[in-house]
Design a protein. Structure first.
Length: 328
């Protein structure tokens, strides 16, 4: 089995969404959201805990992890490894569902609490061709055009979406990754199964005790027989998916070439027919004009000949040859 990293859907949930992983999840959230305007998280509770026995049956859920802290704030985490055409809209939709589900018949709007979305994006998923920012924060804010006192005002702190683009880590120096705990966490999650990254990973786990706990939990998860079975099934399903995708693509190309040849032949015939028709019409018209001009010249020459005009003069006037004039 290929060793997956911590951004693997199953591994991520097994490490962070199990009931005993609450301290680990809390440390992770406080590290990567340290720049947030919100107060640190405490006593985080997972609302959709991971259970290996029922995981395969419930795998239809797109949202990877939902949690709530002691202040009632809601956190949703989603891992997205590959590009998705409507990913921004999907994140907003799941945020809206999580936020609106707070309301019950007896709940007032004043009781609504902030909902924070975290998007952990794999190296293949980038918002830019060459990502430079590891952490991006999105909020609803006033536009600069309407801001009257300089800095645009935030509409509400109840909506906050964080993008973590792990592909941008390659632009960071090892010393910067080791120094910044949020970068260290993300590097650990991205390269946990990468033997080539072990030297920096060892420095990270020796520097940060909570990341060391995560690394130990990660290896413990990979040694679990039930988890390995799930990972094997997922790997086979993914391989089948991409094999089918490749076959469908090659089939589409072959069928496209065939259809293109047939269509090209039909269009070529139609164009040839139209061109031939146009050419024949033009040639017929030209021939008709030539015949009409000759007939007019012969008639003029005949009249002049009857009047006794010199044949040479008639030839110059009509363009007819002397032989043609004498034959009239």
């Amino acid at each position: 089995m290929i060793k997956p990293n911590l951004l693997s859907d199953t591994v991520f949930k097994a490490v962070f969404a199990s009931p005993e992983s609450t301290p680990l999840l809390t440390n992770f959230l406080n590290a990567v959201l340290s720049s947030s305007t919100h107060a640190p998280f405490s006593k985080v509770k997972v609302l959709n805990p991971f259970n290996a026995s029922t995981y395969l049956k419930e795998k239809s859920s797109v949202l990877d992890l939902r949690a709530m802290d002691a202040q009632g704030r809601l956190i949703q985490i989603e891992v997205q490894l590959r590009p998705h055409a409507a990913y921004r809209e999907r994140v907003l939709y799941y945020w809206a569902k999580t936020f609106s589900n707070q309301l019950e018949a007896s709940t007032s709007y004043q009781e609504l609490v902030p909902t924070i979305a975290l998007c952990l994006l794999g190296p293949q998923f980038t918002s830019e061709q060459t990502p430079t920012q590891v952490h991006r924060v999105f909020q609803i804010r006033e536009t600069e055009l309407s801001a009257t006192q300089g800095k645009p005002q935030t509409y509400s702190e109840h909506l906050e979406i964080h993008w973590f683009e792990t592909g941008a880590l390659k632009n960071q120096e090892n010393s910067s990754i080791l120094k910044n705990k949020d970068f260290a966490w993300l590097f650990h999650m991205l390269h946990s199964g990468d033997d080539l990254a072990q030297p920096l990973l060892e420095d990270i786990v020796h520097t940060y005790e909570e990341i060391k706990e995560s690394y130990l939990k990660y290896n413990q998860v990979l040694s679990d027989k039930q988890i390995r079975l799930i990972l094997d099934l997922e790997f086979e399903a993914e391989r089948t998916y991409f094999s089918d995708l490749k076959w469908e693509r090659e089939k589409a190309i072959t069928e496209g070439l065939k259809e293109g040849r047939v269509q090209g032949l039909m269009e070529g015939k139609a164009e040839g027919k139209a061109e031939g028709k146009a050419k024949g019409k033009a040639e017929g018209k030209a021939e008709g004009k030539a015949e009409g001009a000759l007939e007019a010249s012969l008639k003029t020459a005949q009249i002049l000949k009857v009047q006794g005009v010199d044949h040479q003069l008639i030839s110059e006037a009509t363009g007819l040859t002397l032989i043609q004039i004498e034959g009239l």
